[in-house]
Every structure is written in C-alpha cells, then in structure tokens.
Design a protein around this ligand. Structure first.
Ligand code: CO
Length: 206
C-alpha cells in the first residue's frame, strides 16, 4: 500500500523538456508577458522538473521554447552553509530589474543552453526587483550575491541575451570553435531527427 502524496503524483506527471542550445534562433527572441490566461502551474512545473534533472540553479522559459517572461531559481545544487549559500526556490513571472548597484563583481557562470562553457561574467552585486508569483501577487525585493547573479542571468534570457554576449570581444573570439561545435552538434541532431521523421512518415504512408 502506497500513500499518494504530492511527491508521488509529481513523479508520475514529471515533465522534462528538451533544452534549446546555442544556435537556436528562439534563444535570441524577446519574450512576451505572462497573462492570467497562461497556464502558470504548467510552466512552473515544467521549468522546475527540467532544472532538477540537470542540477542547474536557474532556467528561463525561452530555453525550453516558451517565449514568455518567466523563469525559476533553485539554489539547492549550490546549498552549502559553510559558504553561506542559502537554499532558495522561486518561480518568477514578468520580472523587472528596478535598480542595479554600481558595484559589480565577477563570478563564473554556465548555462544549460551553452554546455561545457564556464566564464567569469561581470554583473551588479545588488539589485532591486519586482515580479509576480504564481498567484499574480506583486513582490518587491532586494537580491544580492548569488541570488542577484542568477536573477540577472535568467532575466537576460527573456531579452534574448546570453552570458557569452557579456564577455570581452577577445574572450568570445577565443570561444568561437567551442561555440561552433555546440551549434553544429545541434544541427546534426535536428538533421538526424528530420531523416528519422521522414523515414517514419514514409513507413506509415507506405
Ligand atoms: Co542560461
């Protein structure tokens, strides 16, 4: 006999979406506002399920092909009391950055859409933000450190900006071959998928 808890239900309906990789034009688009008609629960669960599988600490809706202004932060992979990283989880709807501190800091960033590339990125240390939660309550907060870092990275995704855009021209040039490889791997994958799809169509129609 197994009790049906929220967790076991979640496991049955777990929804892991494929993550778009560097080279996809969707990642370069400007996302539109989430409205009350959008299925916020589904977007939130999709993002949290996908992020948990990959052990990342932030994921934006456009990275899974949903061009809506929403993202999740989940700092559990970083959780380490000795380093002062607190556990924090939130689903952000229509986020805004109201203020950025003039003090900027470097921190090594990575992105699920740009696998195996980690670079120091300069960003504001503190930010004042406004967003809506899943129930459309408006929340004003101040973030600093790692939370401010992840928020700014994910916010960029909603504007079609990737962290590599914030590197120096020289650094980007240095990464060209790695980036081209990601782009080409993605192309080969979609090429194989196309061939298989055509073959399947041929088999079912023939
Ligand atoms: Co990213």
């Amino acid at each position: 006999m197994v009790f049906v808890t929220k967790n076991s239900l979640r496991k049955i309906f777990i929804m892991i979406l494929p993550i778009l990789k560097y080279g996809s034009h969707i990642l370069r688009k400007h996302s539109i506002a989430v409205t009350k008609e959008d299925n916020r629960i589904q977007i939130s669960e999709n993002l949290f399920d996908t992020i948990k599988k990959d052990g990342a600490c932030g994921l934006a809706a456009p990275q899974v092909g949903i061009l809506k202004r929403a993202f999740v932060i989940d700092t559990s992979p970083l959780f380490d009391e000795s380093k002062g990283f607190e556990k924090y989880e939130q689903f952000f709807i229509n986020p805004e950055i109201l203020w950025q501190s003039p003090e900027e800091v470097y921190f090594k960033e990575g992105c699920l859409s740009i696998p195996d590339i980690y670079e120091d990125v300069l960003r504001a240390d503190k930010i004042r933000i406004r967003y809506s939660d899943i129930n459309f309550n408006t929340i004003d907060e101040e973030f600093e450190g790692i939370k401010a870092r992840i928020f700014q990275h994910e916010y960029d995704h909603l504007e079609g900006i990737l962290f590599i855009d914030r590197l120096s021209r020289l650094r980007r040039k240095f990464l060209t071959s790695k980036l081209d490889k990601i782009k080409n791997t993605k192309n080969i994958k979609s090429w194989i998928k196309n061939i298989l799809f055509k073959r399947l169509n041929f088999l079912t129609s023939g």
